[in-house]
Design a protein around this ligand. Sequence first.
Ligand code: FMN
Length: 165
Amino acid sequence: MDPDELLVLMKARRSIRAFKPDPVPEGAITKILEAARWCQSASNKQPWRFIVVEGKEVIKALGKCATYGNFIDQAPVVIAFVADSGVAPKWHVHDSSMCSHQACLMAWALGLGTCWIGSMDRDKAAALLGLGRDEVVATILPIGFPASVPKPTSRKALDDLVSYK
Ligand SMILES: Cc1cc2nc3c(=O)[nH]c(=O)nc-3n(C[C@H](O)[C@H](O)[C@H](O)COP(=O)(O)O)c2cc1C
C-alpha cells in the first residue's frame, strides 16, 4: 500500500451533513463493516456490535435523538456502533469509537460520506435500538452519497503539537 495515498484519504475525509437519497450498495456496507471489524481493541476484546438501520422511521427517530444531527434523516443508511461494557468495562467506548472511525475512512474510500454523531440522548437511542443493559451507543453514523462536500477543515500545525524529549 502507498502510504501517501492513505494520508491523502485521511486528509480528504470530511464530515458530511447532506446526503443524496440514492441507496448505498450492499457491498459497500459490507466493506465498511469489515473495516470496522478489523479495528484493534484493548486485549482484543472487540466489545462492539453494529446495527445497520435502513428503516426510514427508525432513522428519523434516531435523528431526533441527536443533539446536532437533524440531517441524519436524509441518509439512506445509519450504522449504530454499540459498545458493550460487560465485555470491556474500561475500554468499550474507546474501542467502539475507534472502530467507527475505520468505518468512516472506508466509507470515504468508497465515495460515501459519514458524520460521527457524538451528542445524543443515549437512553432514547438505546431504547429505539433495543440495546441490552450493558450496551451503550458509541455513535451513530449516517451513511450516504454526499449531496455536498464542505470546504477542507483545518488542523493544528504539527509544530504546535509535537515535542521531543
Ligand atoms: C467525538 C466526536 C463527536 C462529534 N459529534 C458530532 C455531532 O454530534 N454532530 C455533528 O454534526 N458532527 C459531530 N462531529 C464531527 C466534527 O464536528 C468534525 O469531525 C469536525 O468538525 C472536523 O470536521 P471534518 O470531520 O470534516 O474534518 C463529531 C466528531 C467527533 C470526533
